[in-house]
Write a new protein. Structure first.
Length: 94
C-alpha cells in the first residue's frame, strides 16, 4: 500500500512514488473519502479513484525523472493542493 501527503511546499509530497526504470507496474487505485483523479500528464496517465472500488492501470516506467501531476477531479476544499509525484530511477538508486 502506498499513500503520500502534501508537504509545506505546495507542489511537493512527503514521499514520491518511486519506480524502477524499464519496469512494468500495475497500480491499484482507490479512495478513502470522495472521488479523486490521479493524473500525471507526462505519462498520459489519468486514473479515477473511487471510494469502495479498486481500479487497476498498467504503467511501464520508460522515462527517467520526476513527473508531477495533481488531482484532476473537483473533490473538495483542498482539491487544488493535492500534488502527485512519480520518480522513475535506476534500480541502484532506490
Amino acid at each position: 500500500m502506498y499513500d503520500s501527503f502534501i508537504t509545506d511546499i505546495i507542489n511537493s509530497v512527503n514521499k514520491p512514488l518511486r519506480l524502477f526504470y524499464k519496469t512494468p507496474y500495475s497500480l491499484l487505485v482507490t479512495s478513502a473519502d470522495v472521488i479523486h483523479s490521479f493524473s500525471i500528464p507526462d505519462y498520459r496517465l489519468k486514473i479515477d479513484a473511487v471510494p469502495g472500488r479498486i481500479k487497476c492501470v498498467k504503467l511501464f516506467a520508460d522515462r527517467l525523472g520526476v513527473f508531477k501531476g495533481y488531482c484532476t477531479e473537483l473533490c473538495g476544499v483542498g482539491h487544488r493542493y493535492m500534488p502527485i509525484v512519480i520518480e522513475v530511477v535506476l534500480s541502484k538508486n532506490i
